[in-house]
Write a protein that binds this ligand. Structure first.
Ligand SMILES: [Mg+2]
Length: 294
């Protein structure tokens, strides 16, 4: 019986992406990735990383160092009891500076070459498989290989797709992606349109209405993304502190209103409270930003 697989993009899907990773020490797993891979493995999927590595063609990293980077990634996963079955990468790019690697390649995503090669070498049934990544090129490669696709699309980095490639599903992180795959395994005939309760586009000849509807759908989707981020995001002390300080801000604002409304109209006291409200608001924002960078 052929295998089913999850094709995983590497940067900003499994590990943090600081630009080009050129040293093993730069490898940092994203929150919840090890647990997600353990769950997917338990569901019987082969886990295959497929990664564009044009840094090799550009002379930023050698294949030897890339091997060390991937060993580091495997070590970090192993520490948590997780693993992947294979790592495929494409070193080629047309604008490369290293002659050997400066060429067009069917392996480079959005081409599906790496997925097709893995399917051939690992006996993978692509129609039972998924592709997960944070870029349009990951989605296009996945759908051209006949896989179902999930775009990891954090709401703070939300952008409308430019290439027109449409993922089957969107998730804020790997944790939500696993949830989507679980749900889809239970009801394989359901597709994303049936699952989504986003307003369906109606036939409409007025381009202004079309634009407004598109904008509203975008806003609605972004709000849902934030809500899902809260559901599937990790708990953090910084986030909790930001929430507590936010309540203090509200309290300061209420006090300043009370000073203004009081019969003696204590304007100075009201201004002091407003000042405190501003300081606490800044604190709250700082906590929120710090938790985003942890
Ligand atoms: Mg990526």
């Amino acid at each position: 019986m052929p295998n089913k697989a999850i094709f995983l993009d590497r940067d900003d899907t499994l590990i943090a992406d600081p630009g080009y990773i050129s040293k093993p020490e730069q490898v940092k797993l994203l929150d919840g990735v090890s647990d997600a891979l353990i769950e997917l493995n338990g569901m019987g999927y082969k886990l295959v990383i497929v990664s564009n590595q044009s840094g090799i063609a550009r002379g930023i990293v050698t294949e030897k160092v890339l091997g060390e980077i991937h060993n580091r990634l495997k070590q970090l996963l192993a520490k948590d009891g997780a693993s992947v079955d294979a790592i495929y990468y494409c070193p080629y790019h047309v604008d490369g500076t290293i002659a050997k690697y400066s060429k067009k390649s069917d392996m480079r995503k959005p081409n599906p070459g790496m997925l097709l090669q893995a399917a051939d070498e690992m006996d993978i049934d692509l129609s039972q498989s998924w592709a997960i990544g944070n870029n349009d090129s990951d989605i296009e490669a996945g759908s051209r290989a006949n896989c179902k696709t999930i775009l990891i699309n954090h709401p703070s980095r939300y952008k409308q797709s430019e290439s027109g490639s449409k993922p089957d599903f969107k998730a804020v992180n790997m944790k939500e992606a696993v949830n989507i795959i679980k749900q889809n395994n239970r009801s394989p005939e359901k597709n994303s349109d049936e699952q989504s309760d986003l307003p369906k586009k109606k036939m409409n000849n007025n381009p202004e209405n079309d634009k407004t509807e598109e904008l509203l759908t975008g806003i609605l989707e972004q709000l849902r993304g934030s809500r899902r981020d809260n559901m599937f995001g990790e708990f953090s002390i910084m986030r909790l502190m930001a929430g507590v300080v936010q309540i203090v801000v509200l309290f300061c604002l209420l006090i300043s209103v009370w000073f203004i409304m009081s019969p003696t109209k204590q304007t100075n006291s009201a201004l002091i409270s407003l000042g405190f409200a501003m300081v606490f608001q800044l604190m709250s924002l700082t906590f929120y930003m710090m938790q985003g960078r942890k």
